[in-house]
Design a binder for this molecule. Structure first.
Ligand SMILES: Nc1ncnc2c1ncn2[C@@H]1O[C@H](COP(=O)(O)OP(=O)(O)OP(=O)(O)O)[C@@H](O)[C@H]1O
Length: 298
């Protein structure tokens, strides 16, 4: 469990994080989203004690990060995959960390295996590709078998295989009962990975909800309509308060009415309809709607 209460961080004139309160629960993947500069990295850094809050508190497993005697065993983090000594091998990097926490040597081999780096364990990390570096970062996060895992943009720069691997891993970690907080700009990826979302904009909380709720609450669904009398039908629907946008000749999109209502109005108006397709909004659309102001007024 991660609990932020009135968390605030000011850098000079910049209020990077502004009175932020949220709870990240175990057993599910929580996506941490927000436009560039929203304060995600700053919040994550405060969670793991790399930045000190100007006001408010944040605890992990009931304690501020700094108060944990063996933090690697409580919280695993991937904040900067490049934070590895380039001259060291993956194995010696992990072993050095393990030794600071009394973590047994065999755990190093275990996590290297989990992330698929067992075959290159003794190669210099400086020669690793972006994807291999990300995998080593994930191995580092998992080393202490922590109950809480925090990953900043873990799929950044990964190929489709790597993206799928991270997705499966995050879901497995959550299914094991761990608390998983993951930031990303890839909405399509978040839609299939996260169940819960914490969304911030300009340092403030915009939403703390499930993916399904956010889509239902924020995004406006629409209906795709095909008709040989498209102009006549569109006029009819606009008169009922719908918003109509043209797509192709004879095809348009309607917002503000259900597919059933469009069908009924067409029937009542004596207009033929050849297609009526309800379109559910995507997480991306809901996110764009929610964060529009936070981006516009920066
Ligand atoms: N060390 C710092 N000194 C001064 N300002 C900072 C510092 N770190 C972050 N900021 C500012 O705080 C705000 C939040 O930045 P932060 O990096 O936390 O956002 P973010 O949501 O992680 O953005 P991105 O998606 O671009 O990574 C920005 O306006 C940024 O310029």
């Amino acid at each position: 469990m991660i609990e932020a209460r009135a968390l605030t961080k000011r850098y000079g004139d910049t209020l990077a994080v502004d009175d932020l309160s949220f709870t990240v629960k175990p057993g599910q993947v929580t996506g941490f989203l927000g436009p560039n500069g929203a304060g995600k990295s700053t919040t994550m850094r405060m969670i793991v004690g790399l930045d000190r809050p100007t006001a408010g508190t944040v605890t992990v497993a009931g304690l501020p990060y700094r108060k944990h005697s063996a933090p690697l065993c409580q919280v695993g983090t991937l904040l900067d995959a490049k934070g590895v000594h380039r001259g060291r091998s993956a194995h010696s990097h992990l072993l050095a960390l393990a030794q600071t926490h009394g973590i047994p040597r065999r755990r190093v081999d275990e996590v290297l295996d989990t992330v698929g780096l067992a075959g290159v364990a003794h190669r210099r990390a400086g020669g690793f590709s972006l994807g291999m570096g990300q995998r080593l970062g994930v191995a580092t996060a998992l080393l202490g078998d922590p109950a809480v895992v925090i990953l900043d943009e873990p799929v950044n720069g990964l190929d489709p295989d790597g993206v799928l691997w991270v997705r499966t891993l995050l879901k497995d970690l959550a299914a094991q009962g761990r608390t998983v907080l993951v930031s990303s700009h890839l909405m399509s990826e978040m839609a299939v990975t996260a169940e819960h979302l914490v969304i911030i904009g300009r340092g403030r909380l915009l939403a703390d909800t499930t993916v399904a709720d956010l889509i239902a609450r924020v995004a406006v669904g629409s209906v795709l309509v095909r008709s040989p009398n498209a102009t006549q039908l569109a006029e009819l629907l606009v008169a009922r308060g719908a918003e109509v946008t043209g797509v192709d000749p004879g095809l348009f999109q309607v917002a503000g009415l259900t597919a059933e209502a469009v069908g009924d109005l067409a029937l009542a108006g004596g207009v033929a309809v050849h297609e009526l397709t309800p379109r559910r909004a995507s997480l991306e659309e809901a996110y764009m709607e929610l964060t529009r102001e936070a981006v516009e007024y920066r």
